[in-house]
Write a protein that binds this ligand. Structure first.
Ligand SMILES: *Cc1c(COP(=O)(O)O)cnc(C)c1O
Length: 384
């Protein structure tokens, strides 16, 4: 079955639900057992609200159908997907290899909580590929990857990293949020655990925080155990919204892809722009890797402007009509956020002289988006 079909049908069973198309939203803590014997030896998957209801299982099943893996756990945010996966696989005295382009709060977790727990983190160049072998120690348990990085968009050679890691018994965890479960298939490229900030494209409407963790058969029991031990669970209404978002994810993503590529190419032609970081453009340093491993591109990328004053940048950003300025992404609407990668990396440098703007290209008409930004560039020029 193709992904388009799975996105529509996976995790649904209308004829076991009065013919109703969507799964019910179960609000539950207590689950009652009919007999003492059933309580001692539960026969069903539904045992206690925190461990999931049929609403939860519907989303787990749909995500596994699309992303792959042996099983899936649902958590209350993308960040909790990252932290739960790491806590499942690491203990005191262990060593973690973390990509230098990782999502900021992922780094913060390593530098604070994991450090306090006695886990040492080494940041590595995201483009290291098989060279990761030289950084693996006897105590290394996990190589964490994020490809492409959600700010600077380096595409990682995941198969090469996985080969080197597996040769030493090290697990590979991937933050697969940029590609969504549709555009990168982690279990065909050697990944052991894949996390999604479902907040982004799965939910897709900027109204709910949620995370998913899938894992291969060998690793899933550790994820399942940590998820239970930490008491992770998500509310049924949020899970329902994620299921609703997932049904249209394929059509939304195709539109985000096309508009994102078109918009990025337009930015490349602009005088104000120094360079664009979009994996699907031939100008991207790892474009060939993206072509080899990915099935598409989402609507998130960055553009680095030629140097401008902060006043000129404010003039441009403050009066944008359609591009909202704010964090998160993956909803139907366009966003822009300025950021300085130099402040959040340690293993690799960042020396672009101008400001970086991260764009999320939404579902508005492209001409309107271009006009909005064009006016912004004009305001910028009027000031500088
Ligand atoms: C947003 C994001 C997260 C965290 O997701 P939340 O749901 O906001 O906690 C993790 N990784 C990446 C790449 C993200 O963009």
């Amino acid at each position: 079955m193709k992904d388009e079909t799975k996105a529509v049908h996976a995790g649904r069973d209308p004829h076991n639900n009065h013919g109703i198309v969507n799964p019910p939203v179960y609000h539950a803590s207590t689950i009652l057992y009919p007999t003492y014997e059933d309580l001692k030896h539960p026969k069903t998957r539904v045992q206690y609200g925190r461990r999931g209801t049929p609403t939860t299982f519907a989303l787990e099943d749909a995500v596994v159908a699309l992303e792959g893996g042996h099983g899936c756990k649902i958590v209350p945010s993308g960040l909790s997907a990252v932290t739960t996966a790491l806590l499942a696989l690491l203990g005191s005295g262990d060593h973690l290899l973390m990509t230098d382009n990782a999502y900021g709060p992922t780094r913060t977790f390593c530098d604070t909580f994991l450090k306090r727990m006695g886990v040492e983190t080494t940041y590595y160049d995201p483009t290291i590929a098989g060279g990761i072998a030289d950084l693996i120690r006897d105590t290394t348990k996990v190589v964490f990857t994020e490809s492409p990085g959600s700010l600077t968009f380096e595409v990682q050679d995941i198969p090469a990293i996985a080969d080197a890691a597996h040769a030493r018994g090290v697990k590979v965890v991937l933050d697969n949020t940029w590609a969504s479960p549709l555009f990168f298939k982690p279990y065909e490229h050697g990944v052991d655990v894949s996390i999604q900030a479902a907040t982004k494209y799965i939910v897709g409407h900027a109204d709910t925080l949620l995370g998913t963790i899938t894992a291969n058969q060998e690793t899933f029991s550790a994820i399942h155990a940590a998820h239970g031990q930490l008491g992770q669970c998500a509310g049924p209404d949020d899970i329902y919204l994620a299921l609703r978002g997932l049904r249209t994810m394929d059509v939304r993503l195709k539109q985000h892809m096309q508009q994102g590529i078109d918009f990025a190419k337009w930015l490349e032609t602009r005088d104000e722009v120094d360079f664009v970081l979009h994996p699907a453009l031939p100008s991207h340093p790892q474009h060939d890797l993206w072509k080899r491993d990915f099935l598409g591109a989402s609507g998130l990328f960055s553009a680095v402007l030629k140097p401008v004053s902060d006043t000129a940048l404010s003039a441009m950003l403050d009066d944008l009509e359609l591009f909202g300025m704010g964090y998160s992404w993956g909803g139907f609407e366009s966003l822009v956020v300025p950021s300085d990668p130099a402040k959040i990396r340690t293993a690799t440098g960042w020396d672009a002289p101008g400001p970086l703007l991260r764009f999320h290209v939404g579902l508005e008409a492209l001409d309107d988006l271009k006009e909005d930004l064009d006016k912004g560039f004009q305001r910028m020029k009027a000031v500088s």
